[in-house]
Design a protein around this ligand. Structure first.
Ligand code: GDP
Length: 681
């Protein structure tokens, strides 16, 4: 590939090196100075940009404006789908100083879009002989001239009625004839220390073929191996947490999950979580019974336990494939891979490589030298260098692609993981990546999304199932299944609740407990709920640490109870549409018990530190030990340095006595709340 120096190219194109460098910056191309060299394709890109800029004529716009003034706002904007853009008259070569405007915009909105006072806009309009008030709407052409006057560039918003429609026939099913088999994408799950990472590493090490061995394996978030000419893709982040977090963002990437169970340890809490998370996603499970090299390995016990959780091994008459392996001794791996290919074959995983690409971001970061770097798993179509892309609210053009062996590639077909350079921003894991017509459209879609995102955050609309509106949704036929996650202090309660709740199923709604477990409500529970549109019921347990915040963000309905009957009653009433919560609690703060004092005649005083929020003398308190509620009651006394006080805020220490409770321990968490009556609707 021939190269050209920055200053040479600038000279050829008749622009200054400085301007050239600013264009390169706009394009996210990293260069040191004007002596740096550029690849041919980049030079071409720059040339296009310069051409486009040159095409601009300020005069034309002025002329347009005069016409508009003569025949105001005749909907003749359609045919002005301006190909040519206007150079920024105020210099500084700022391509970024574009303002996207709709067909019509009020003076006020326009002013805020360009960060000016409405009065300034009104004055400019006045200069052009247009009298406008602050709330008056002006059309695109008029608005664009005002924008120009302020040294910015106006660009017409494409009518993105339905974004998806603009993205090449994404929803359109592929013609069956165009489909070809694609490699399966596998996630490894299981309990901590059962060998997930070891298994991923062992598979990678043993399956790098001779000619690939030269390449240094890169951790890009996924890797591809070859087994007798067939390929398998493994996601590099093991565990159901990442899997479900992606699912909560609407992404379905995994085709098969491999559940690792250590033969010496058996089925453990996270094993069960992994099973439930896979089931909720309807992803087939293959069990790898690991550590069979250990003297105390007991695969039969593992199979027994798996059966208890609905995974009946094949050799016991069920349909769950169980493969004994040792990640450490690299035993049984071939067999495991063979089984993966078998399940993949049955699933008939197919895609059409001959169409614009759609994929999912599985990892993304900001790299100092390279800018935003995102690993994309192409799910359909083929991604090529130069493609205009959108991922979440990031957009750009594929500048380079690097595969899991560290090799630069020119294209990436279905199931292929590649690092993509050229995005404007760092997208989120789980964001879909689409190819669109051109980068302008990509940018518009991304901008629109940002706007939508902001709106959504603003409104925090409740589309997720909440008990309050369950009935509405049942009536509208929007829910047929009420998914529930149960967390309780003891297994007995989980079982009791599960049975009682599932018995509430009727003709309209099936009540389904998709996961149950012992312990505090975790962030992972919330993500599973968000991904599966479930509500979370805590019995004698509370959301831990961050889980409450995540629940708020994801709009997951979390309900906690101390009496099983109340939980059942609430669900029952909600299904009948008569749920009326009389009280709503507001969490005021969280405190940590740092010392306990026994004072004769007074009782026990907890020396506390207010972690967040505040505590007041009339607060209610919940004492939480290891995520389990052990007491609920009232604050009896609140002191700071022996003085009675009304409230103590975050960052301060205080002494608290609880009404009728003396069993406080160091390390306990006090959750402080007040109950407010909710008005009847
Ligand atoms: P993860 O938490 O599930 O990712 O588990 P790791 O892969 O980190 O493994 C946990 C521990 O188990 C490590 O000390 C590994 O060396 C060990 N381990 C993993 N696989 C095997 C195995 O097949 N046999 C034996 N004996 N040890 C193993």
């Amino acid at each position: 590939m021939s190269k050209i120096r920055v200053y040479e190219l600038a000279k050829n194109l008749g622009i200054s090196s400085k301007k050239m460098i600013s264009i390169l910056e706009e394009l996210d191309i990293d260069i040191k100075n004007h002596m740096s060299t550029l690849d041919e394709d980049i030079a071409k890109l720059v040339e296009d940009v310069v051409d486009e800029e040159k095409n601009d004529k300020q005069k034309r716009i002025k002329k347009d404006f005069k016409k508009v003034k003569q025949e105001p706002s005749k909907g003749k904007t359609e045919n002005k789908n301006k190909k040519d853009k206007k150079t920024d008259s105020k210099g500084s070569g700022g391509m970024d100083r574009r303002v996207i405007l709709p067909d019509k915009i009020s003076v006020k909105e326009l002013a805020s879009k360009i960060n000016k006072e409405p009065a300034q806009v009104i004055k400019k309009l006045f200069d052009y002989g247009v009298m406008a008030t602050i709330n008056q709407e002006i059309d695109f052409d008029s608005a664009s001239i005002i924008v120009e006057e302020f040294g910015l560039k106006a660009e017409k918003e494409k009518n993105i009625v339905d974004e998806e429609e603009n993205m090449f026939d994404i929803k359109q099913p592929d013609n069956p004839e165009s489909l070809v088999p694609r490699p399966p994408i596998v996630t490894i799950m299981g309990h901590v220390d059962h060998g997930k990472t070891s298994l991923l590493d062992a598979i990678r090490e043993t399956n790098v073929t001779a000619q690939e061995a030269g390449g240094i394996t890169q951790h890009i978030g996924a890797y591809k191996i070859n087994v007798d000419g067939k390929q398998i893709v493994f996601l590099d982040t093991p565990g159901h947490e990442a899997f479900t977090a992606m699912r909560a963002r609407g992404a379905k990437v995994t085709d098969i999950s491999v559940l690792v169970v250590a033969a010496d340890d058996g089925v453990m809490p996270q094993t069960i979580e992994a099973i439930n998370h896979s089931k909720a996603a309807k992803v087939p499970i293959i069990v790898a019974i690991n550590k069979i090299d250990k003297p105390n390995a007991n695969p039969d016990r593992v199979k027994q336990q798996l059966s208890e959780h609905g995974l009946i091994p094949e050799d016991w008459g069920g349909d769950t494939i169980c493969v004994p392996v040792s990640a450490l001794k690299k035993q049984g791996l071939d067999n495991l891979l063979e089984m993966i290919l078998l399940v993949a074959e049955v699933a008939e995983l197919k895609a059409n490589p001959n169409r614009p690409a759609v994929g999912t971001i599985i990892e993304a970061k900001l790299d100092r030298g390279r800018g935003p770097v995102a690993t994309v798993l192409v799910q359909n179509g083929t991604l090529k260098i130069g493609d205009a892309i959108v991922a979440g609210s990031a957009y750009g053009r594929v500048r380079a692609m690097i595969d899991d062996k560290g090799e630069r590639v020119k294209q990436a077909g279905p199931s292929m993981p590649v690092e993509v350079l050229g995005l404007s921003d760092v997208p989120h894991a789980g964001d879909l990546l689409y190819t669109v017509e051109d980068d302008k459209l990509a940018r518009q879609i991304a901008d629109k999304r940002k706007e939508k995102q902001r709106e959504a955050e603003f409104k925090a609309s409740h589309q997720k199932v909440s008990l309050e509106e369950l009935f509405n949704q049942i009536e509208k036929g929007e829910v047929k299944e009420l998914n529930i996650i149960i967390k309780a202090d003891v297994q007995g309660s989980v079982e009791a609740l599960k049975q009682a709740l599932e018995r509430l199923s009727n003709d309209e709604v099936e009540v389904k407990v998709i996961h149950g477990g012992v312990g505090a409500i975790t962030e992972t529970d919330i993500m599973l709920a968000a991904a599966s549109n479930a509500i979370v019921i805590g019995f004698n347990v509370r959301p831990e640490g961050n889980a409450r915040k995540v629940a708020e963000k994801e709009q997951v309905d979390v309900r906690t109870y101390r009496v099983i009957y109340n939980a059942i009653e609430d669900i029952q009433l909600a299904m009948k549409g008569v749920l009326e919560p009389k009280f709503e609690e507001t969490i005021q703060g969280r405190l940590e018990v740092r010392a306990v004092f026994k004072i004769s005649g007074v009782g026990v005083i907890a020396g506390c530190y207010v972690l967040e929020g505040k505590v007041t003398r009339n607060s209610q308190v919940r004492v939480i030990r290891d995520g389990v509620i052990i007491f609920e009651g009232k604050v009896e006394s609140l002191k700071r340095f022996k003085e009675d006080v009304k409230e103590v805020t975050a960052g301060y220490e205080c002494g608290i006595g609880l009404e009728k409770f003396n069993d406080i321990k160091e390390g306990d968490i006090l959750e402080v709340f007040v109950l407010k009556e909710v008005r009847e609707s």
